[in-house]
Write a protein that binds this ligand. Structure first.
Ligand SMILES: *[C@@H]1O[C@H](CO)[C@@H](O)[C@H](O)[C@H]1NC(C)=O
Ligand SMILES: *[C@@H]1O[C@H](CO)[C@@H](O)[C@H](O)[C@H]1NC(C)=O
Ligand SMILES: *[C@@H]1O[C@H](CO)[C@@H](O)[C@H](O)[C@H]1NC(C)=O
Ligand SMILES: *[C@@H]1O[C@H](CO)[C@@H](O)[C@H](O)[C@H]1NC(C)=O
Length: 180
């Protein structure tokens, strides 16, 4: 009988963790579903994958999700900026491509600062300003990508990055709207 006890304890513990995990998942899955249903630009799978990749986060509600989403977007802006800096090291770029990349770097640097401000917006529950700021950050991706379209034959080397940054901001916007 006594050898049975550790097993029972283990099963209880497993059950406890499975349930705790399930609750996190429900918040993520439910909120991502609402976000995707409300905006054709948001992929449910992408949304869920973003939050499940962040194992440190324990979202309890939509407010947490909004903050985590902003944090993910801030770190993505940093990654895109360093990607652009690397592209700019290419000595054989023509003037137009170099100008486009330089503009993108400025756009992403501004977006980074703007998004840092959104953390404070959310802290003071100023959802109106948070919405305006995230929309402005999102525009960086569109403006950057459009720059390359202005000359025929030029292919944006940042399409994947711009799409992803756009989508991350779309997810933040959806969560901010749910908080309104
Ligand atoms: C989806 O993205 C496009 C730009 O790619 C934008 O014009 C449109 O307003 C977005 N839709 C929603 C619901 O936000
Ligand atoms: C967001 O990032 C800030 C600064 O890095 C950190 O203090 C905060 O805990 C993060 N919030 C969430 C919800 O991940
Ligand atoms: C963020 O940016 C990097 C570099 O542009 C990209 O490879 C990565 O997949 C992006 N997405 C996320 C969710 O961090
Ligand atoms: C540098 O730029 C040229 C011209 O756009 C391109 O053909 C080449 O692949 C680039 N080199 C690297 C290492 O990205």
């Amino acid at each position: 009988m006594t050898s049975f006890l550790p097993l029972v304890t283990l099963v209880c513990l497993l059950f406890y963790f499975a349930q705790a995990n399930d609750q996190d998942n429900n918040i993520v899955h439910g909120s991502c579903k609402r976000a995707a249903d409300g905006d054709p630009n948001i992929s449910y799978e992408f949304c869920v994958a973003c939050f499940e990749a962040d194992r440190m986060s324990q979202p309890a509600n939509v407010e947490d999700l909004a903050l985590i989403s902003i944090n993910l977007t801030i770190s993505n802006a940093t990654k895109v900026s360093s990607c652009i800096s690397k592209l700019l090291q290419n000595k054989t770029l023509d003037h137009f491509a170099r100008d486009c990349l330089t503009t993108c770097l400025e756009l992403y640097s501004d977006a980074y600062s703007t998004l840092r401000g959104v953390v404070d917006d959310l802290g003071s529950r100023d959802y109106y300003k948070a919405n305006v700021d995230v929309s402005a950050a999102m525009d960086a991706a569109v403006t950057c990508e459009d720059g390359f379209k202005e000359r025929e034959g030029l292919v944006s080397p940042l399409t994947k990055e711009n799409d992803m940054f756009f989508q991350l901001n779309a997810i933040s916007l959806a969560f901010i709207k749910m908080l309104h």
